[in-house]
Design a protein around this ligand. Structure first.
Ligand SMILES: C[S@@+](CC[C@H](N)C(=O)[O-])C[C@H]1O[C@@H](n2cnc3c(N)ncnc32)[C@H](O)[C@@H]1O
Length: 238
């Protein structure tokens, strides 16, 4: 299985509000805005490389915002993938909408895809249907997800990675472990090998390890790989 959380290409000097203070929404040089053509080209290149190493019965899950999801969807199909699901993850504590000129952004999309082997034949992928149904109280799991974790010692409801998941350092776009737990449970088995080509603080690797999967992570930034090591060595998180 591959999980990827590639750059969104949305860092163009925008601002938001955090704890009552004005903050930049820029994530880093790796996230600078690109043209539509450049975005599509970038996504096609890394998706093609992933396809080379993915087994025919493996699947890829890609997390995206509205800035990237459309280019990624097209790139997936152009590079020989067939989209299985379009999972919507709703954040219950989204960044405030300061300009008040559109609806408040509160969702990310996870595109789940398998290999298109020939025009008619698709990869025979694994889906842990029963476990997903169990997690959803005995009803079929739908493609719209919300999570809330309670952060101690003060109880704050959050659906993004909270303080306890950032105690070894901060990544600007760190995914919550509960999202990765569900994705990994749904699409892989114990001892499977999981690749994350944009691993950042290695949320995927931390969860993969806790769930007895093998893991390979890649990131362009050494500081994030050091943070990943600290998270791994620091032990289990809630
Ligand atoms: C959206 S973040 C991933 C965050 C990660 N899911 C986590 O939970 O921490 C994207 C990551 O891609 C990395 N990145 C950007 N361009 C890259 C490239 N060309 N090759 C490898 N990594 C890259 C960035 O350094 C950043 O850490």
């Amino acid at each position: 299985m591959i999980f990827a959380d590639p750059p969104y290409f949305l860092s163009s000097g925008g601002i938001s509000c955090h704890s009552g203070k004005q903050v930049s929404v820029d994530k880093g040089d790796w996230d600078k805005t690109l043209s539509v053509e450049q975005k599509l080209d970038f996504h096609r290149k890394w998706i093609a490389l992933c396809r080379r190493v993915l087994k025919d019965d493996g699947t890829i899950m890609i997390s995206a915002t509205l800035h990237s999801v459309y280019a990624i969807g097209v790139a997936l199909e152009m590079e020989g993938f067939s989209i299985i699901n379009n999972i919507i993850w709703q954040k219950t504590n989204p960044a405030p909408n300061l300009a008040c000129r559109c609806f408040t952004h509160s969702t990310e999309t996870i595109l789940w895809a398998r290999k298109q082997l020939t025009i008619k034949r698709k990869g025979k992928h694994y889906f842990n249907y029963e476990k997903m149904k169990e997690l959803n109280g005995g009803k079929q799991m739908k493609d719209f997800w919300e999570f809330e974790v309670e952060e101690n010692p003060i109880v704050i409801k959050t659906s993004t990675a909270g303080k306890s998941q950032k105690k070894y350092g901060r990544h600007p776009t760190q995914k919550p472990t509960q999202l990765l737990e569900r994705l990994i449970e749904a699409a892989s088995k114990e001892n499977d090998l999981i690749l994350d080509p944009f691993c950042g603080s290695c949320t995927t690797g931390i969860v993969a390890n806790q769930m007895h999967r093998k893991f390979i992570g890649i990131d362009i930034d050494d500081d994030y790989l050091e943070l990943s090591k600290r998270r791994y060595l620091g032990g289990k998180e809630k």
